[in-house]
Write a protein that binds this ligand. Structure first.
Ligand SMILES: Cc1cc2nc3c(=O)[nH]c(=O)nc-3n(C[C@H](O)[C@H](O)[C@H](O)COP(=O)(O)OP(=O)(O)OC[C@H]3O[C@@H](n4cnc5c(N)ncnc54)[C@H](O)[C@@H]3O)c2cc1C
Length: 454
């Protein structure tokens, strides 16, 4: 710390225990193993400061945890005992909105919603839309390759990145990509850093693609007597090539939790609800929702409701975004993030219900079902160690089912600490060995977020 204070006298460096405690966890608050109290937390305001910090950390063999807003759900930004956490929250400037090239250049600490609002003021649209968009940062979105509520049409964060500025473990600064739409010069480093959860470098600037702002959204809610019927409707929509901007699912327990909190008048008897949104222009939106409605009816929907106007559609989407917070009113929530090829959604939904019921675990499932991505949540009492251990076993069973269906143990939240044991099971030892070689090439001393991902 003395070297940091000497070289960067103006840097905000938190060393008080109370301040550092705030950086012990991210939102995977149920985790115990692999997390700790950072020795210090640095809040740099420039790339040069980040570079100096990493040069010093390398020279002194100090582990570094890159951190955005700390909303991650895999323990990726959680503290490590004796390590330096570098929180990028003060690097929060939008540097340029380039209307001619449909891109924006931003620092990592910009909050996703702030970026969306700034480009919207210029008539432009940045699609990546995690449910946490009002609190999570662009740096964290890049670190996790965040998904969200519109991937079914617009893809994940990685699909919207043109270039990055990255500080390497030894303090060197590189630029990947740029403003070119097409660029095949060398390896795809931009895509490699996105989703690497702070284990390969610290992103200090990003050039992100934009598109013209679409029109207001139209929304359809469909209620079903079983989760399988909802899954069948999703499979039918996928087969027919429908690409709504949002295709989200909430199961019975989630419907009750959200409705108890927000009093939306949802069908509380339904086993599942689908939220389908279209941002297609004019009559195309009606046609898209008509086709979705037909798929839902044929799959056995018990009722269908369309939002009266854009304000009601916004309100319904906001309620879906609050699903995790609604469940947190019931106890400690362990949120998982499995994904399967979309045709296998009905089987995955059935498996989650069966496994949770067989083990007597209180569960609630919602998620981005149009992408094949579901979030089974287990609700338990944090002080009940047996209950916590049970959620781990149930989770493992669900992971096995997802992998057997050709799926993934994490579709958008990342491996972090929480799912590390499953990486070789999903990718194979040789696949993980390749990842380790990349890690060793970029971070030979292993100081960047050690114990996370690989
Ligand atoms: C209520 C709620 C809803 C959520 N909904 C979604 C959702 O719909 N979709 C989704 O994908 N996620 C969702 N999340 C999870 C979380 O918000 C995302 O993972 C988000 O991208 C994390 O951003 P952050 O700024 O909080 O990053 P952090 O949690 O601080 O960090 C996340 C990871 O990125 C790394 N990192 C952070 N900044 C940098 C940087 N500058 N350079 C390199 N690495 C960096 C960290 O080391 C860490 O591994 C949700 C979380 C909550 C609490």
């Amino acid at each position: 710390m003395a070297a940091i204070r000497r070289e960067l006298p103006d840097l905000k460096l938190l060393t008080d225990e109370l301040d550092r405690e705030a950086y012990r966890l991210d939102e995977a608050a149920y985790l115990d193993a692999g997390i700790g109290l950072p020795a210090a937390v640095a809040l740099p305001t420039s790339t040069a400061e980040v570079a100096t910090l990493l040069r010093l950390a390398s020279a002194h063999g100090i582990a570094v945890v890159p951190r955005g807003a700390g909303t991650g759900l895999s323990g990726g930004a959680a503290g490590i005992d004796g390590a330096l956490t570098i929180a990028l929250t003060r690097m929060d400037r939008i540097l340029e909105i380039d209307q001619a090239n449909l891109c924006v250049v931003a620092q990592p600490g910009v909050i996703n919603a702030a970026l969306k609002a700034a480009v919207a003021a210029a008539g432009l649209f940045y699609p990546p839309d995690p449910a946490s968009y009002e609190t999570c940062s662009i740096g964290g979105n890049l670190g996790t390759n965040a998904g969200g509520l519109c991937c079914v049409k617009y893809g994940q964060t990685r699909d919207w990145v043109l270039g990055l500025e990255v500080v390497l473990a030894d303090g060197r600064v590189i630029r990947t990509g740029g403003r070119n739409v097409k660029d095949t010069a060398g390896y795809a480093l931009t895509q490699l850093f996105v989703g690497s959860q702070g284990t390969l470098g610290i992103i200090t600037e990003a050039t992100l693609r934009l598109r013209p702002q679409p029109g207001p959204r139209s929304t359809l809610l469909a209620f079903f007597p079983s989760v399988e019927a909802a899954g069948d409707a999703v499979a039918a929509m996928t087969r027919s090539g429908l690409e709504p901007v949002t295709l989200e699912l909430m199961d019975h327990a989630t419907i009750l939790a959200v409705d108890d909190w927000h009093h939306l008048g949802l069908d509380r008897d339904a086993a599942a609800m689908l939220m389908v949104e279209s941002d297609a222009p004019g009559a195309q939106a009606t046609a898209e929702l008509d086709a979705a409605e037909q798929a839902c009816t044929e799959a056995g929907a018990s009722s269908l409701v369309r939002a009266a106007d854009a304000a009601e559609a916004d309100w319904l989407r906001e309620a879906r975004r609050q699903a995790l917070r609604a469940l947190e009113r019931l106890g400690t929530v362990r949120m998982e993030d499995v994904g399967v090829p979309r045709a296998a959604v009905p089987q995955l939904l059935r498996a989650i219900e069966r496994i949770a019921a067989a083990n007597g675990v209180r569960s609630a499932t919602f998620g981005h079902v149009g992408d094949g991505n579901l979030h089974p949540n287990f609700i338990f009492d944090r002080d009940d160690h047996a209950a916590a251990a049970l959620t781990e076993r149930v989770r493992d069973e669900i992971f096995r089912e997802a992998l057997a269906l050709g799926g993934t143990v994490t579709a958008e939240h990342g491996i972090g600490i929480a799912r590390r044991a499953w990486l070789p099971i999903q990718r194979g030892e040789d696949g993980v060995a390749v990842m380790r070689s990349i890690k060793a090439a970029l971070d030979p001393l292993g100081i960047l977020n050690p114990g996370r991902v690989v």
